[in-house]
Write a protein that binds this ligand. Structure first.
Ligand code: PRP
Ligand code: URA
Length: 209
């Protein structure tokens, strides 16, 4: 699984355990999702290209690396992906933010699109697609399909919890993208929810039911 990165850092694992806890309330849940996104973002962005530039320190002039090229695009899948945006912007404040609105049909579990808007020059950007949950993989595949149709090339997908079924589907459909997973869970249940998972991520982030 060359293009799949599963996090092992104890800080990420600890925070995911707190997310899973059904007694974790909306405010804490939201904070944790942002913090986990920052920690995972640090890992996912380690290959951002840099150029050495001349810089004058108080002591002398030297060459030192700066991130180069077109800036990044962050693309959360609505709604739950929104919870991860602040955590990535904390690392790359100048990133542009696109949005892809998808919800799962409660019966078929197929993704239904309701909104899509991407930053300009998407073909030249490193694109980080955010969604806390990769369950059947339908939403992630649809989001990456859409981005590719609009010219996106350098795509990374980041989720906090994945089911093996969804990870397999995303890899098979898009073998060219990098996939960052906080933790890989056991399976899906009969309602296509991840087990043990954390329940409905959107509802827990936004306090809805
Ligand atoms: C959740 C989650 C993913 C999707 C994952 O969103 O945030 O987008 O389900 O499931 P899949 O891998 O089977 O497609 P949901 O459809 O519940 O919408 P919401 O974020 O608006 O609550
Ligand atoms: N969407 C969620 O929010 N949770 C799941 O377990 C599966 C899909």
């Amino acid at each position: 699984m060359d293009n799949v990165y599963i996090m092992t850092h104890p800080l990420i694992r600890h925070k995911i355990t707190m997310l899973r806890d059904e007694t974790t309330g909306t405010n804490e849940f939201r904070t944790l999702v942002g913090e986990i996104a920052t920690l995972m973002g640090y890992e996912a962005l380690r290959d951002l290209p840099t150029n050495d530039v001349a810089i004058k320190t108080p002591i002398e002039t030297c060459m030192s690396p700066m991130i180069c090229g077109k800036k990044m695009a962050i693309v959360p899948i609505l709604r739950a992906g929104l919870g991860m945006v602040s955590g990535i912007l904390a690392l790359v404040p100048s990133a542009k933010v696109g949005h892809i609105g998808l919800f799962r049909d409660p019966v078929t579990h197929e993704p239904q699109e309701y909104y899509c808007k991407l930053p300009e020059s998407i073909d030249q950007r490193t694109i980080l697609v955010l969604d806390p949950m990769l369950a059947t993989g339908g939403s992630a595949c649809a989001a990456v399909d859409f981005i590719k149709q609009h010219g996106g090339v350098n795509i990374k997908f980041m989720c906090i919890i994945a089911a093996p079924e969804g990870l397999k589907k995303l890899q098979a459909s898009h073998p060219d993208i990098q996939i960052y997973v906080g933790q890989l869970d056991r399976c899906l249940n009969e309602n296509a929810y991840i087990c043990p998972g954390l329940g409905d991520a959107g509802d827990r982030i936004f306090g809805t039911k």
